[in-house]
Design a binder for this molecule. Structure first.
Ligand code: GLC
Length: 691
C-alpha cells in the first residue's frame, strides 16, 4: 500500500509512473511530524521521525557509509566530487527512497527534484529528519509485510529497471588515457593473447575532437566505422563517453544548431549560460525541454550509425568547472587580494573563493529550463539533469533500435532514470575502504531501481596495487557492470601491468562461469521489481546478527558473498545465518567445497580465490566460461549445489539482446533431488550436471 501526500505545488519528475495501488488518503502524514517555514510559494519543509534505539534505516541509493544509513547526514544534491571520503554528504545522485525497520516498518520516497537533506540520527541520534528545500514535493509512504515487499511495492510504482544487452555483463576495460585506435588495439590484443576474457573497451574523452560530443578525432581514429567493425569481429564492443556540456565553437554543428533552435539553458537575460568543462566554454542542452531532449537524443545516432551500441553519459550533474560570469568576478576579486597581506582571514578567504569556483551553488541559480511549458530555475530541478540526459538517449534508442538493447549508463541520476539506463558509482579511489563502500552501496541502489551498476574496479583515482585489483575483482565479478577504469596520471591497472597473469585470467574467468546465474538473477529481479543484492536482514528477518552484518550480501536467491577487503588478509570472518555450503573458487575448473554450520567462521581466502556460500536447497547454474559473453554461452551447464531435500531453480535465459523480455518464455525450471537426479522443464534445451 502506498500513500501519497502532496506539499505545495510540486514539480513533476516522472519518477513514479504506475499509480495503481497508490492512494491519497487526505489524512495526516503517518509516522512523521511536519513543519513548514517560508512564504506561501517558497515553503521549505521538515519531516521528523523519532527512531527507536534499534531501528535500522536502509536505502538512499548511491551514498557513502554503511548499509545501515544511521548516524550521518546525506544530501540529495547531485555533485561532481571525486573524493568519496567518509566526511562527504553528497555524491552524484539523488536517490530519495529509504526504509525504516524497527519499532515500525515503512518505506519513504521524497519526490523532490530540489536539494533534500536526510539527517539520519546525525544531529540527534534518535531523530530522522528530512528537509526539503523551498518548493513543493510529493511524499510517498510505502507499507508492506516485509522489507522486501515494501521495496517491491515501490519499485512497481517507479517502473521496470533497465536491462542491458548481455554483452554488457561481460568484463570491460577502460582508462582515461587511451588516445588512439592503436592503443585500444593493444589493450584488446593483450587480453586475447593471454586468454583473459573481455567484451568491451571504453573510450574516454580523448577519442573526441577537442572534447566535442558526437565527434571522433579522425587523426587518432582514422576510418572509425572500420575500427568499430574490426573490434566487433573480435567480439569487442567500443563504448564511448558523452558529456553533458556542448563546446562553444563556430562551425560545430551541435553547438550551432542548439543555439539556433534555442535548446541550451539560458540565463535570466535570455542569453545562453556559459560554463566551463573539459572542452573549455560550453552550453548545457536543456535536457528537461522535451524538444531539446529529443534533439540531443537523436545525436547519438551519429555514433550508432558507425556501429556503436553502448554509451556512458558523464559530467551530467551537471559538473561545472566554472560558471563564466562568476569566474570573471573571482578574477576581479583576486586582483584585490594581490594588494592584501594574506593572513588568517584573507588567506583562507582567498582559498574559499578559489575553491568555490567549481560546482558553485550560486551558479546553478543563474540559468533556467523550459520544463513542461514553464520557465524554471535550474537549482529547483537540479537533481533531474542527469536523469533527463540519460532519458534523452534512452528514449531515442528505443526508436532507433526497437529490437535491440543498447548499453547505457550515467554518472548523475535520480529515481526514474533507472528505467533508461544504469549508473556507475563515479570517481572512487584505489583505496581498500572503497571495496567495502562499493559493496555497501549495492542494496541501496537496488532499492531505488538501479540494478545495472558497479564501481570502477581497482579504483579510479590514486595508484592501485595488484592485490587491491584482485580483491576488488573478487567483488566485481558479481556486479552487473564489471569495468576496470582509472584516471589519467594514476598507475595503469590493466591486468598485464601486474605479475600474476594466471590469477587475473582465472578470477575474471569466474565471472563468465557465473554468468548463467547472474544474468538470470538480474533479469528476474528487473522483471519482478526485486533486488539482486540484498542485505542479509532482508532474507533472514529476526536474525539479530544478520541485521548488523555490513560486509556480506545475498546475491540473488541462491548465494551469499563475503569478499575480502583488507590488505594482506588471507581470509576473513563470515557470519552464516543458516548452514551453507562454501565453494572456494579458483577458476571455472578448480574449486573445493565444504559445508559449514550456521554461525561465525574464519574462512581462508587467498588472493586467487573467491568465496561463495550456497543456501540449503539451492543451486547456481555455472558455465565453462569463455573469452567473451558469446563464447561463454553453452548448451551444457553445471550446477553448484547444496541440496538437502530438493532444490528448484527457475533459470532465465534469452538471446541477450531482444528488448521484449518475456520471463515465462525464457524460464527453465531445474529440479535437483538430494540423491542427485536433475530434471529440467521449460524453454532452454540444456544438459545439466552437478559439480
Ligand atoms: C569524470 C568521470 C571519469 C572520466 C573522466 C574523464 O571524472 O567520472 O570516469 O574518466 O571524467 O572523462
Amino acid at each position: 500500500m502506498i500513500k501519497k501526500f502532496t506539499f505545495g505545488t510540486p514539480t513533476e519528475t516522472e519518477a513514479v509512473i504506475c499509480r495503481e495501488g497508490i492512494v491519497e488518503p487526505g489524512e495526516k502524514v503517518p509516522y512523521f511530524s511536519v513543519a513548514s517555514s517560508g512564504g506561501d510559494q517558497d515553503k521549505s519543509h521538515v519531516l521528523t521521525y523519532g527512531m527507536g534505539e534499534q531501528d535500522i534505516v536502509y536505502g538512499l541509493g548511491e551514498n557513502i557509509r554503511g548499509i545501515n544509513k544511521r548516524g550521518w547526514l546525506y544530501e540529495s544534491n547531485c555533485t561532481d566530487d571525486p573524493k568519496h571520503t567518509e566526511s562527504k554528504h553528497s555524491l552524484y545522485a539523488a536517490h530519495n527512497f529509504f526504509l525504516v525497520d524497527g519499532t515500525e516498518r515503512f518505506g519513504v520516497f521524497v519526490d523532490a527534484p530540489q536539494k533534500t537533506v536526510f539527517d539520519v540520527g546525525y544531529s540527534d541520534r534518535d531523530r530522522l529528519t528530512v528537509t526539503v528545500d523551498e518548493g513543493g514535493f510529493v511524499l510517498y509512504i510505502v507499507e508492506g509485510e516485509s522489507l522486501r515487499h515494501i521495496v517491491k511495492e515501490f519499485r512497481h510504482a517507479i517502473g521496470r529497471s533497465y536491462i542491458p544487452p548481455k554483452w554488457a555483463m561481460g568484463y570491460g576495460q577502460s582508462r582515461w588515457g587511451y588516445k588512439t585506435a592503436e592503443e585500444i588495439r593493444q589493450v584488446v590484443k593483450k587480453h586475447r593473447d593471454n586468454q583473459v576474457p573481455l567484451d568491451s573497451v571504453y573510450m574516454d574523452i580523448d577519442y573526441m575532437e577537442r572534447y566535442k560530443d558526437f565527434t571522433v578525432d579522425e587523426e587518432k581514429f582514422p576510418d572509425f566505422p572500420g575500427f568499430v567493425r574490426e573490434m566487433k569481429d573480435q567480439k569487442i564492443h567500443l563504448v564511448p563517453i558523452i558529456d553533458a556540456g556542448v563546446k562553444i565553437e563556430e562551425g560545430y554543428d551541435v553547438y550551432e544548431e542548439g543555439v539556433e533552435k534555442g535548446y541550451f539553458c539560458k540565463k535570466e537575460d535570455g542569453r545562453e549560460f556559459v560554463g566551463g568543462v573539459w572542452p573549455g566554454r560550453v552550453h548545457f542542452p536543456d535536457m528537461l525541454h522535451e524538444e531539446a531532449r529529443q534533439w540531443f537524443g537523436k545525436k547519438y545516432k551519429i555514433l550508432i550509425d558507425q556501429g556503436i551500441d553502448g554509451f556512458w553519459n558523464d559530467m551530467n550533474e551537471p559538473a561545472l568547472f566554472y560558471g563564466e560570469d562568476h569566474l570573471k568576478e573571482v578574477f576581479d576579486q583576486l586582483k584585490e587580494y594581490q594588494t592584501k597581506e594574506l593572513d588568517i582571514d584573507t588567506f583562507f578567504g582567498m582559498k574559499a573563493l578559489i575553491l568555490g569556483i567549481a560546482n558553485n551553488p550560486e551558479d546553478y541559480k543563474t540559468f533556467y529550463h523550459n520544463y513542461r511549458g514553464e520557465r524554471i530555475r535550474h537549482d529547483k530541478v537540479h537533481n533531474l539533469y542527469g536523469y533527463y540526459m540519460t532519458r534523452a538517449a534512452g528514449e531515442e534508442f528505443e526508436k532507433m533500435e526497437p529490437d535491440k538493447r543498447l548499453l547505457l549508463f550515467s554518472r548523475a541520476s535520480y529515481i526514474g532514470m533507472h528505467r533508461y539506463g544504469g549508473i556507475w558509482m563515479g570517481d572512487n579511489c584505489s583505496w581498500w575502504s572503497h571495496i567495502l563502500m562499493n559493496l555497501q552501496m549495492l542494496p541501496g541502489l537496488n532499492m531505488c531501481g538501479f540494478l545495472y551498476t558497479g564501481a570502477d574496479l581497482g579504483g579510479f583515482g590514486a595508484d592501485t596495487t595488484e592485490d587491491l585489483m584482485l580483491r576488488w575483482l573478487g567483488l566485481g565479478i558479481f556486479t552487473p557492470l564489471m569495468r576496470n577504469h582509472s584516471a589519467r596520471g594514476t598507475r595503469s591497472q590493466e591486468f598485464y601491468r601486474f605479475g600474476h597473469l594466471e590469477d587475473f585470467r582465472n578470477i575474471i574467468g569466474l565471472r563468465y562461469g557465473l554468468l548463467p546465474y547472474l544474468y538470470s538473477e538480474f533479469v528476474k529481479s528487473a522483471m519482478t521489481d526485486d533486488m539482486m543484492f540484498l542485505p542479509l536482514a532482508f532474507v533472514y528477518p529476526g536474525d539479530e546478527t544478520a541485521a548488523v552484518t555490513e560486509d556480506q550480501l545475498m546475491v540473488g536467491e541462491s548465494m551469499m558473498i563475503a569478499p575480502v577487503y583488507k590488505q594482506n588478509a588471507r581470509g576473513r570472518y563470515v557470519y552464516l545465518p543458516e548452514d551453507m555450503k562454501l565453494y572456494r573458487l579458483r577458476s571455472t575448473d578448480s574449486m573445493d567445497s565444504q559445508i559449514l554450520t550456521a554461525g561465525h567462521h574464519y574462512v581462508k581466502a587467498e588472493l586467487n580465490e573467491v568465496l561463495i556460500f550456497l543456501r540449503p536447497d539451492h543451486v547456481v547454474p555455472f558455465g565453462k566460461g569463455g573469452c567473451n559473453v558469446e563464447e561463454a554461452e553453452s548448451s551444457s551447464l553445471r550446477l553448484l549445489h547444496f541440496v538437502r531435500t530438493k532444490a528448484v531453480y527457475d533459470w532465465y535465459h534469452d538471446d541477450g539482446f531482444t528488448r521484449d523480455v518475456d520471463l515465462e518464455k525464457g524460464i527453465t525450471r531445474i529440479t535437483v533431488e538430494a540423491h542427485g537426479t536433475i530434471a529440467s522443464a521449460g524453454a532452454g534445451r540444456c544438459q545439466w550436471s552437478l559439480i
